[in-house]
Ligand binder design. Structure first.
Ligand SMILES: Nc1ncnc2c1ncn2[C@@H]1O[C@H](COP(=O)(O)OP(=O)(O)O)[C@@H](O)[C@H]1O
Ligand SMILES: C[C@@](O)(CCOP(=O)(O)O)CC(=O)O
Length: 520
């Protein structure tokens, strides 16, 4: 394959032509030769030096690189659509991307700064390291140094130790539980920065905003890890594209590269991640995954044809413990093996049926029958999870409210015992017409549409609701950070109000070509 030194060449051995070629407002991509040359010679080959200083011959001068423009990367959260809990017992599950995303804005500072800063304002983290003080010697030691295309499956204890003094000084005055959140996010970044960068890495500010609720089982940590990985690989010039006419296998290769380092980010936050969340956040769409043998990595198949489906995501805001819910199922299985196993087998059959349905030649997501197939199986999957004992009165209440409105099919997602539920929305023509369960016998208010009524009730009862889609794009790049001819600055980005504020600013609804994705 002829790999060159870290960050210089694409994996095909050719100098990178990564296609990030938007050159608005005078900004150039790292590969934009004519702008680079113009900036490097700017003023220095003028016949007379204006300050009277002795002129240095051109060949003795240092070339100064223009600052890279600010750019943004983004990655989605995920939800388990079918098969949670069963997956713990070796069955298959399907997880899909949701349209709630994290965004990482990278701003390069002038060379004189020599600092790298994290401004992760959702969690109140604001930390700066001097690049020079970081443990480069440990990370660049020949026995330790990783290449951008390497596959790292565990963290190196010696490197973690070298990094530790630079993590323990993060947010020293914060409350312990907040400090833990800050330190895990900072570790995820720093391990990747030290692995993919060098002492000569440009001084930068990495500002992060996310629309994904943290710790709700929606893959917030994987989403930020994917953003960090993609941003650092772009800065290392280790990615080609994304551009619309990119060859499928090349797109796949870039996604794989991002995913590998995102997994390293996840290792820093979670210790033993399965790798499924970062795979969904990188690739988007959905994945089928199964882990029969815990000593081996899971089987993960990206379902690139998974349809973009309208989804209502409802957070009960009820704290849950994944470990406690997993233990409940294990207990049931121990006491009633035949019963529990048949429930787990039924869940597996649901996942397989959905997989067969969406991968079949005649699957059409605009067809009501196809959507009903997926929706009905969601309802059944929820019933089976309830039988396993992992629902919660709040989950049952919200399921009832959604059934009453007749707008779609609902199931809990993730561990249960609280947390979130998802509703696959019926095509609009069918909403409110086919009520499920008890709801079929309740009169509807004539004043409000079923959806309006539902939203009011959910809000009244303290549920948080997110309208999103399932199965959208994975990691995306906005290079430079310009939407509708307007540059997105760090202060606007960090102060945009709430989830809506940041999405309004960066999602580029009215500038559809601005964001680029690898779409194999
Ligand atoms: N918006 C964010 N800003 C900074 N760090 C984040 C953000 N979202 C997630 N994280 C990091 O990921 C961790 C959350 O991971 P986890 O508890 O597994 O939640 P989830 O299930 O949402 O991934 C946080 O402690 C923090 O370190
Ligand atoms: C219950 C389980 O299947 C999913 C847990 O999901 P979460 O922690 O709610 O994101 C456990 C697992 O797969 O590790």
């Amino acid at each position: 394959m002829g790999h060159a030194a870290n960050g210089s060449y694409a994996s095909n051995g050719t100098p990178l032509g990564n296609g990030l070629h938007r050159e608005t407002n005078g900004h150039a991509s790292p590969q934009s030769k004519h702008v680079t040359v113009a900036a490097a010679t700017n003023g220095s080959d003028h016949p007379t030096a204006t300050n009277g200083a002795k002129r240095i011959p051109m060949h003795d001068r240092k070339h100064s690189n223009p600052l890279a423009p600010p750019f943004i990367v983004s990655a989605p959260g995920k939800t388990i659509v079918y098969g949670e809990h069963a997956v713990v017992h070796g069955k298959a599950a399907i997880a899909a991307a949701i349209s709630l995303r994290s965004y990482l804005l990278v701003t390069t500072l002038s060379k004189s700064k020599r600092t790298v800063s994290l401004k992760f304002s959702d969690i109140g983290l604001d930390h700066t390291w001097n690049i020079h003080d970081l443990p480069w010697a440990a990370f660049s030691h020949p026995t330790k140094k990783k290449k951008y295309y390497d596959m790292v499956t565990s963290l190196d204890p010696e490197l973690l130790e070298a990094m530790q003094p630079h993590i323990v000084n993060v947010s020293p005055d914060a409350k312990p539980e907040i400090r833990k959140v800050h330190m895990s996010a900072a570790s995820s970044f720093l391990y990747l920065f030290l692995s993919l960068g060098s002492e000569h890495s440009p001084p930068c500010v990495y500002a992060l905003r996310s629309a994904i609720p943290i710790g709700a089982g929606l893959g917030s940590s994987a989403s930020i890890s994917v953003c960090i990985s993609a941003a650092l690989l772009i800065q290392a010039r280790a990615l080609a594209g994304p551009h619309p006419d990119q060859m499928s296998h090349e797109s796949e290769e870039q996604l794989e590269r991002i995913n590998r380092w995102a997994f390293v980010g996840e290792l820093n936050i979670h210790g033993t991640p399965s790798g499924v969340d970062n795979t969904v956040a990188t690739n988007g769409r959905a994945v089928l995954f199964q882990r029969k043998d815990y000593s081996k990595p899971p089987m993960v198949k990206v379902l690139r044809d998974f349809p973009e489906l309208p989804l209502l995501l409802i957070n009960t805001c009820q704290a849950k413990s994944t470990a406690a819910e997993v233990a409940k199922v294990a207990h049931l299985k121990k006491r009633h093996p035949a019963v529990a196993n048949s429930i787990l087998d039924s869940i597996d059959a649901i996942t397989r049926s959905v997989h067969d349905c969406i991968t079949s030649e005649d699957f059409d997501p605009t067809n009501q029958d196809s959507i009903e197939h997926l929706g009905e199986l969601m309802s059944v999957n929820h019933g089976l999870l309830t039988s396993l004992g992992v629902s919660h009165p709040k989950l049952e209440r919200l399921r009832y409210l959604v059934d009453q409105a007749g707008v779609g099919w609902t199931k809990l997602t993730g561990a249960g015992g609280g947390g979130c539920a998802i509703t696959l929305l019926k095509p609009s023509g069918a909403q409110g017409t086919q009520l499920n369960g008890e709801a079929a016998h309740e009169p509807l208010s004539v004043k409000d549409s079923p959806m309006d009524k539902l939203y009011d009730q959910l809000a009244e009862e303290g549920f948080e609701r997110y309208e999103t889609t399932l199965g959208g794009d994975g990691v995306g790049v906005l290079y430079p950070a310009i939407i509708n001819d307007e540059e997105i600055h760090e202060d606007m980005f960090l102060t945009g109000e709430g989830r809506e504020g940041v999405e309004e600013l960066v999602s580029g609804k009215n500038d559809p070509g601005a964001w680029k994705y690898w779409r194999p």
